[in-house]
Design a protein around this ligand. Structure first.
Ligand SMILES: [Zn+2]
Length: 260
């Protein structure tokens, strides 16, 4: 007998029915399509994000890193190691992280929570008056997988910087998996700044060959594009420990540019 339910339905686990006081009844997912994207708080625009399409935006080596991460996710999950997706605006970072979140739920049944850092600051400010802000932060600190989308592009008051660094630091200490997308570069991915001064440990993770038209200055990023400038080197070095970097070049866009 095949089940009628949706395999990724959290209510029935794919059985197609749930038990109530009055007995078994058909699960909601039999009638309506269970929306995994919505369930994981992914923005509507990315509900259809598909892990198989991700190869469009990554070069072969980076893709292998990502697939290796997904394959060994259980190990990384135990160690609290997430991903840091870095690249220019509009290259597909949010798409990738949405696809990863959907994949991890389907494969491992681990529920992630997508948050946009800009929206989060508004939500926190609104709920601050009702003293609901600390509850929100508490739940964000605890979720098994947390996405902080577009880190660095929020309006960064001292108050919000403290909240974000505190949240990241808690997740680091608790060994919780965090996924970050950003178009600011952590200094450990950059050889030197445009001013020519060496930064951090000066580790060049990115080879010259990997630099695309869309990502021209990875070895020479201007100082104001450094994540360190916004959050301080202490937090950034923590991110370096708790995430694997995925540099998104946006291959499609690059090809378009070549054609033009
Ligand atoms: Zn169901």
């Amino acid at each position: 007998m095949s089940s009628e339910g949706n395999k990724s339905c959290p209510l029935c686990g794919g059985l197609g029915f749930v038990f109530t006081e009055k007995g078994a009844k058909r699960c909601r997912c039999v009638y309506e399509r269970f929306n995994l994207g919505k369930y994981l708080n992914i923005p509507k625009r990315f509900w259809d994000a598909d892990i198989r399409q991700v190869r469009q935006t990554l070069d072969r080596k980076t893709l292998a890193t990502l697939y290796g991460y997904l394959k060994d996710f259980k190990t990384f999950y135990r160690k609290g190691v997430g991903l840091l997706l870095v690249g220019e605006q509009g290259v597909g970072k949010t798409y990738i992280v949405s696809a990863v979140l959907k994949y991890l739920y389907t494969k491992y049944r681990i529920k992630g929570l997508f948050t946009d850092t800009k929206e989060l600051s508004i939500k926190l400010r609104e709920s601050f008056a009702e003293k609901g802000a600390s509850e929100i932060i508490e739940s964000l600190a605890r979720v098994p997988i947390l996405v902080l989308d577009d880190l660095g592009n929020e309006v960064l008051t001292d108050w919000y910087r403290e909240i974000l660094t505190g949240l990241i630091s808690r997740r680091y200490n608790e060994k919780k998996v965090t996924f970050i997308t950003t178009n600011y570069y952590p200094s450990y991915l950059v050889g030197r700044t445009s001013e020519g001064q060496s930064l951090g440990r000066g580790v060049k993770v990115i080879s010259r060959a990997e630099r695309g038209i869309n990502f021209p200055k990875l070895n020479t990023v201007s100082e104001d594009m450094l994540l360190d400038k916004r959050f301080g080197s202490h937090m950034v070095s923590r991110l370096g420990e708790m995430t694997i970097p995925i540099v998104v070049l946006g291959r499609d866009k690059r090809l378009q540019k070549v054609v033009i």
